[in-house]
Write a protein of this length. Structure first.
Length: 196
């Protein structure tokens, strides 16, 4: 055979067995090259799938972060809305209480006058210890120097027009350091037809 590149003639002196062995080795080398190329191709496909999966995983993690951020914002919005609603409820209840307090201011002046009239009705020897308002009735606990002063006090209370009925519930005689005085308990039903 002539080598065209160099212009030299080459003679192959190998035996057919050797020629077959060389041909087999060349075939093996070609098959081995194909197998190696296939393995490299499979390896590259695996690397590409791993990269793709990592990208998907990162994308899912990013979406999860965004979802948790949205959930947190929603919770904050709900908390804020709840606080606003509670504030509105509180404001309405405060407004209602202000109206009630304003109405009580008028009653306070009326009660100041009533209590002032009860105190003015007491004679010199009578003093009040306690004044209770219960179920439209006034209970007066007090002390007096004499029984006569208690009856004068009851008569004067009747004349004030504050009570429909006045009753003496108890009178107790007490002696403290040689001084005698009487503790008493009066109960008067208020005249509810008079607001002031």
């Amino acid at each position: 055979m002539k080598d065209k590149r160099r212009g030299k003639t080459r003679i192959n002196l190998l035996s057919t067995k050797d020629k077959e062995l060389i041909a087999k080795n060349r075939k093996r080398l070609a098959v081995l090259s194909l197998i190696i190329a296939y393995i490299i191709f499979i390896f590259l496909i695996d690397i590409a799938s791993i990269i793709k999966n990592n990208n998907k995983r990162n994308y899912v993690l990013q979406l999860n972060r965004q979802l948790s951020l949205i959930k947190t914002k929603n919770m904050l919005n709900e908390t804020l809305e709840s606080a606003i609603n509670k504030r509105k409820t509180l404001l309405t209840s405060i407004r209602k209480k202000i109206v009630i307090i304003d109405s009580f201011k008028g009653l306070r002046t009326a009660w100041n006058e009533k209590i002032g009239n009860m105190v003015k009705a007491s004679p010199e020897g009578v003093w009040m210890n306690e004044l209770l308002l219960q179920n439209g009735a006034v209970a007066i606990n007090g002390n007096s120097i004499s029984l006569n002063d208690i009856s004068v006090y009851i008569d004067r209370l009747k004349k004030t027009g504050l009570f429909v009925k006045i009753s003496l519930n108890a009178v107790n005689r007490k002696i403290v350091e040689g001084n005698t005085f009487y503790s008493f308990n009066l109960r008067g039903a208020l005249d509810l037809s008079k607001n002031k």
